[in-house]
Design a protein around this ligand. Structure first.
Ligand code: GDP
Ligand code: IMO
Ligand code: MG
Length: 428
């Protein structure tokens, strides 16, 4: 099975890091195709917990080549901090490859991210403040700085000066901040060149050659379907193509070469930041889910908003990503509820919607139509075979499968690496 995408089906933090790590031994390359250090992917190996932001989770598996694709935005300071932190824990990071076409996040875009949010007031997105949006905006308005620009000093100077010409007006006149000296930015970016140079390559060529040789490539999505700039709850989204389609544009591997799309789907729902969330629970049940699931952001530490499973969202994710398999995570978190509500459809002003409404305003006004499934009380964290799950847990999985419209191939029953039930292998 040469190429597989691991994509978030909801609002992020579904457990993509764990799903990627799970496949580690069976893959040759793990490639990030979108986002940057707004992501926080957790991998638990024995007693050790790793929180990865910019680096692909595959970096933790010996023999895997981790790749940062062209669709990623790279904060170089964070990149080297993350590499150093992993190296200090004995992880070999020497195989990391970075696309020459990836854009870098200059420090001014962190500033712009934060001031823009402040000026949005009540309408703020609740971004991670990492400069992600402004850097993708620069890419689209063609004033971005690419990794390859760092190796051409006159071009780098020209591009930074060009980008700052407009931004300095904005910073000084609108946001009341000091102007940024292009020379400072150039010096900062150039300081990374000696360490960066050996990692940079034509990653599209590298990956296509690997596929030609029959090697296996895993595309690790950051963020998720409902945070995708095209398909998510715009404008409450991130600024990249988080959906499976982004794996093609974000790496230079054509869509015909991608064989499987595994959607990571939490057994309930969470969201960080602003935006509509139909099944959100503002009550003790929401707090109970947050506590049981440890639902606090890996990147910003913010408490995640929690709610019940949302079938219109799951169905939408299956469709938009061309999902072939579902990885259903955190089933263990639902242990102990007498009944578990699942949202099967939305009610918008008295009209039932089985599919996600096309109008964003309808999503804002929708109320969930719930069906209640029986719960279970037995601890399932040690279960490794589907037949050994309590009957009600099996039924919950089957219900998710029916509601989402694709088979559940893997079930997460705990944070640990081996806390899974495999019904169908994703690779091999
Ligand atoms: P990602 O951004 O999609 O990689 O997910 P995060 O790492 O931000 O959040 C997922 C959290 O759930 C992490 O703390 C994981 O260790 C944890 N996790 C993943 N799968 C499971 C599971 O099946 N059960 C439990 N209890 N925790 C899980
Ligand atoms: P992983 O990969 C959850 C959210 C932010 C905010 C919106 C825009 O760990 O699933 P940005 O900084 O990207 O401009 O913020 O997107 N967001 C995430 N939420 N998980 C993530 O990543 C996220 N990355 C961004 O909270 O609402
Ligand atoms: Mg996360």
């Amino acid at each position: 099975m040469p190429a597989i995408v691991v994509v978030g089906a909801q609002w992020g933090d579904e457990g993509k890091g764990k799903a990627t790590d799970l496949l580690g031994p069976d893959v040759d390359y793990v490639v990030k195709y979108n986002g940057g250090n707004n992501a926080g992917h957790t991998v638990v190996i024995g007693e050790d917990t790793y929180a990865l932001h910019l680096l692909p989770s595959g970096i933790l598996t010996p023999g895997v080549t981790p790749v940062i694709g062209n669709g990623v935005v790279v904060d170089l300071e964070v990149l080297f901090q993350e590499i150093d932190a992993l190296a200090a824990r004995g992880i070999d990071t020497s195989r990391l490859v970075v696309s020459a076409n990836a854009h870098v996040i200059p420090s001014y875009n962190r500033t712009i991210d934060k001031v823009t949010e402040r000026f949005l007031g009540k309408r703020q997105i609740g971004t991670t403040g990492r400069g992600i949006g402004p850097t993708y905006a620069d890419k689209m308005t063609r004033v971005g700085i690419r990794v390859q620009d760092l190796f051409d000093p006159p071009i780098l100077r020209q591009k930074v000066e060009g980008a700052l010409m407009g931004k300095n007006h904005l910073l000084v006149k609108v946001y009341n901040r000091r102007a940024i000296d292009p020379a400072e930015i150039v010096a900062e970016l150039e300081s990374y060149v000696p360490r960066l140079a050996p990692m940079v390559a034509d990653t599209a060529l590298l990956l296509n050659d690997a596929l030609d040789r029959g090697q296996t490539v895993l595309f690790e999505g950051g963020q998720a379907t409902m945070l995708d700039v095209d398909h998510g709850t715009y404008p409450f989204v991130t600024s990249s193509s988080a959906c499976a389609g982004g794996a093609a544009t974000g790496t230079g591997v054509g869509p015909t070469r991608i064989d499987r799309v595994a959607a990571v789907l939490k057994a309930y729902a969470t969201r960080v930041g602003s935006g509509p969330f139909v099944t959100e629970l503002d009550d003790a049940d929401g707090q109970r889910l947050r506590k049981a699931g440890g639902e606090y952001g890996v990147t910003t530490g913010r408490p995640r908003r929690c709610g019940w499973f949302d079938a219109p969202v799951a169905r939408y994710a299956t469709r938009i990503n061309g999902v072939t398999d579902i990885v259903l995570t955190k089933l263990d978190v639902l242990t102990g509820w007498e009944e578990i509500p699942v949202c099967v459809a939305y009610d918008v002003d008295g009209v039932r919607h089985d599919q996600l409404p096309v109008s964003q305003s309808d999503i804002h006004h929708a109320t969930p139509i719930y069906e209640r499934l029986p719960g279970w009380s037995q601890d399932i964290t040690g279960v490794r075979a589907f037949a050994d799950l309590p009957a009600a847990a099996q039924r919950y999985v089957e219900a998710v499968q029916d509601l989402a419209g694709q088979r559940v191939s893997v079930i997460g029953v705990g944070p640990a690496r081996d806390a899974i039930v495999v019904r169908h292998r994703l690779v091999g």
